[in-house]
Design a protein around this ligand. Structure first.
Ligand code: G3P
Ligand code: MG
Length: 351
């Protein structure tokens, strides 16, 4: 691999470099080539559930015999760091992930008052209508907290794919229908025809944040699996039914393909280049986004193409969500077999 262009790369992880725990052939060699030649790259991923450092260590151990710098990754929930100032002294409900991981990541980001849906179940086991299959998990990781004071939730943040959809959909719906985000209340404004949006979301209910719009993602299974976007669609359906269509659910999302995440990616690349004189990044003009999901990686890079200070281009690979021979829902600049071919094409393509 060699070529004339001054370029940088943004790699998707799942479906480009690994599928589940399995490395994709050629991924490590491709990244090593870029490292050896001082070509800058970052990872722009909708995965998460752990700190940036842990996610990179996990990737390095799956690829084997390679190391990365913590500054090289933007995860789905990395932009949640910008919410810390607003919420560090308020209570936030965090959803997604397994065990106590998300509470720990949220604490590490700087959120001080963090509760999980397991905690809500420990406060009132009847919050979960069907606890049989997941009760042991919630008992292991839930914390009872101070049940003498009303618990007021200021924000609901979905950090990763929820594992117990039944519980998480239920507690989210409860809070969106609550008075002021106070657990176990119902707003008396709901369903009031005299109010805007028939009274729904008119009573200081918590703000809702997602970080990964992906409906599906690539794993070791032969067909893509539901991701965080699937949970969001389920919630939207439930919300539509609960409000009889009177009120659109308000939420904010980051993660690919949102502009927020591509802006984070561009900043990460610039910081990386500025911090490492060994990187041949001074004249980089073009960033190639290499991804497997047309609606995530390709859509985001195509939209961001002329919005950032680099020129973004998109390359679709056939090792993940996208299936060879089908027509992708978003058109990339190039479609190739895998990550090796993607980097070869990028290094030899004209500006
Ligand atoms: O949407 C699930 C997430 O794991 C996908 O990760 O690396 O393909 O953006 P990635
Ligand atoms: Mg992917």
């Amino acid at each position: 691999m060699s070529g004339p262009n001054k370029v940088a790369f943004a790699f998707d992880i799942d479906g480009v470099l690994v599928n589940g725990k399995n490395p994709i052939a050629g991924a490590r060699e491709t990244l090593r080539y870029l490292q050896d030649h001082g070509i800058p790259f970052i990872f722009l991923t909708n995965s998460g559930g752990v700190t940036e450092k842990v996610n990179l260590e996990k990737l390095a151990s799956r690829l084997g015999d390679i190391t990365f710098d913590e500054a090289q990754i933007v995860q789905s929930h990395t932009p949640f760091r910008a919410l810390v100032d607003d919420y560090k002294d308020k209570t936030v409900l965090v959803l997604g992930g397994h065990g106590d991981n998300i509470r720990q990541v949220a604490n590490e980001y700087g959120f001080r008052k963090v509760v999980t849906s397991s905690d809500l179940m420990m406060q009132d086991e009847h919050v979960h209508p069907f606890p049989e299959m997941t009760k042991a998990h919630h008992e292991e990781f839930g914390r009872k907290g101070d049940d003498t004071q009303p618990l007021r939730i200021a924000a609901i943040m979905v950090w990763s794919s929820p594992r117990d959809w039944c519980l998480d959909l239920q507690v989210t719906l409860d809070l969106l229908l609550s008075s002021k985000g106070i657990v176990n209340t119902r707003s008396d404004k709901n369903n009031n025809p005299a109010l805007a949006n028939k009274g729904f979301l008119q009573d200081e209910q918590p703000k809702l944040f997602f970080c990964n719009p992906d409906f599906e993602w690539s794993t070791k299974h032969e067909n893509p699996r539901l991701a965080q976007g699937g949970f969001r669609e389920a919630l939207l359906g439930i919300w539509h039914h609960a409000t009889k269509g009177a009120c659109e659910l308000e939420y904010t999302t980051c993660g690919k393909p949102t502009r927020t995440t591509y802006e984070y990616g561009e900043r990460a690349l610039k910081d990386l280049i500025a911090a490492d004189p060994a990187l041949d990044g001074a004249n980089v003009t073009t960033v190639f986004m290499i991804g497997d999901n047309p609606e995530s990686d390709i859509a985001g890079a195509n939209t961001f193409k002329n919005l950032g200070s680099y020129h973004w281009r998109s390359i679709l690979v056939e090792t993940g969500v996208y299936r060879a021979g089908t027509i992708p829902t978003q058109t990339p600049d190039q479609t190739v077999k895998d990550v090796i071919e993607a980097v070869e094409w990028a290094l030899n393509s004209p500006e």
